[in-house]
Ligand binder design. Structure first.
Ligand code: G3I
Length: 334
């Protein structure tokens, strides 16, 4: 019999899921699965800048509030995602009415207002924020390009927005944990840049509490990439959250898509998820939250027509898959 995930992991870390507001309803299967399994919620989309402040000065809270209220009612924490990002942010944050980039002063002021308003509203309710999302350049083995230079934030003022975002967030809620969040963070070309960034922020007295490692990993993810990264980040003395965990079933992008879950997929996922959770449990002194980027296989950003990703431990009906029991076994053995 399946032990609820939040029970299973309670001695190690909070286990969470990314959600839509519609899913946070106890009258639905999703709401019931959330209540049973998860101790932490993240809004998949509705706390992003374009969702909260599409029009300058006009904040829309309904969707985000719904998730926060559901979490409160059901004894869950909320991770806030995200305050500062180059994507899913309204154009007015970056461009004036002529389509030219704002001056650093104007953009900085708008960033401060956004962060202060959002973080203040959820003070005490959102326990951790992804203050800055995906600011580092994703591929550059020689390490020449450090920051994501196509970000309008970067184009306007270089990396200064990163430092300021953390300062504004801390001011608005001194008790919230503040995170830098990024993907591909377990690969050498990216993890070293993230390490350097966080080291620089800490050395300069910028308030940062942790690193979010987006867990968009794969059935080919290696144990050594994971352990090397966790060892490296441990040196920074920060908390770690695995923020967006999903493991699609395919071994490569070239593999033909399928809409049926089969025994090959199941086997691969058992191997991958067992390895991953074994490692995460080994680092549970520094990993304090592990959040799936969805609830069950019925809803995931990874699905394409004719090519379902089946990336979670719960199936399309939100029932535990064989890989769920594999993970359960390994936790119980510890
Ligand atoms: O809400 C509109 C809807 O009105 C419209 O009809 C429809 C047509 O395309 O689009 C809907 O918006 C979509 C939105 O998700 C809500 O479903 C956007 O097109 C779509 O681009 C958006 O995708 C989200 C993506 O971020 C955007 O970058 C995914 O749901 C979300 O899972 C994904 O999450 C990101 C994390 O925030 C950061 N890390 C990577 C991760 C995966 O890309």
């Amino acid at each position: 019999v399946a032990i609820p995930l939040r029970e299973l992991f309670k001695d190690y870390f909070l286990i969470g899921a990314a959600v839509t507001p519609q899913q946070t309803d106890l009258g639905t299967a999703h709401g019931q699965a959330l209540k049973t399994h998860y101790a932490s919620l993240t809004a998949e989309n509705v706390m992003k800048p374009d969702a909260l402040q599409r029009v300058k000065g006009q904040f829309t809270w309904d969707n985000a509030d719904r998730i926060v209220q559901f979490a409160k009612n059901n004894n869950m924490k909320v991770r806030g995602h995200t305050l500062t990002w180059h994507s899913q942010s309204p154009d007015w944050m970056f461009y004036d009415e002529n389509g030219d980039l704002h001056t650093p002063e104007v953009a900085m002021k708008q960033l401060e207002e956004h962060i202060t308003t959002v973080v203040s509203r959820y003070k005490g309710d959102v326990y951790a924020w992804d203050v800055v999302n995906e600011a580092m350049f994703d591929w550059d083995p020689n390490g020449q390009i450090i920051y994501r230079e196509d970000s309008p934030w970067y184009k306007i003022m270089g990396p200064a927005y990163i430092d300021s975002a953390f300062v504004y967030a801390r001011r608005a809620d001194p008790d919230a944990k503040l995170f830098y969040n990024d993907y591909n963070s377990i690969f050498s070309w990216k993890r070293n840049k993230i390490y350097d960034l966080v080291k620089r922020l800490k050395d300069n007295g910028i308030p940062i509490d942790g690193i979010g490692l987006q867990g968009h990993w794969s059935v080919n993810t290696t144990e050594s990439d994971l352990r090397t990264t966790l060892n490296l980040f441990r040196e920074l003395g920060v908390e770690l959250h695995i923020t967006e965990l999903d493991i699609p079933v395919y071994a490569s992008n070239d593999e033909p898509g399928s809409t049926e879950y089969n025994s090959t997929f199941s086997f691969r996922q058992k191997v991958a998820y067992s390895m991953i959770f074994n490692v995460l449990l080994d680092y549970s002194d520094i990993i304090t939250n592990v959040t799936f980027w969805g609830i069950g296989d019925d809803h995931t950003w990874l699905d394409k027509p004719g090519r379902k990703a089946f990336p979670f431990l719960l199936d399309e009906e939100l029932k535990p898959k064989p890989v769920y029991f594999e993970v359960q076994k390994l936790v119980q053995k510890r």
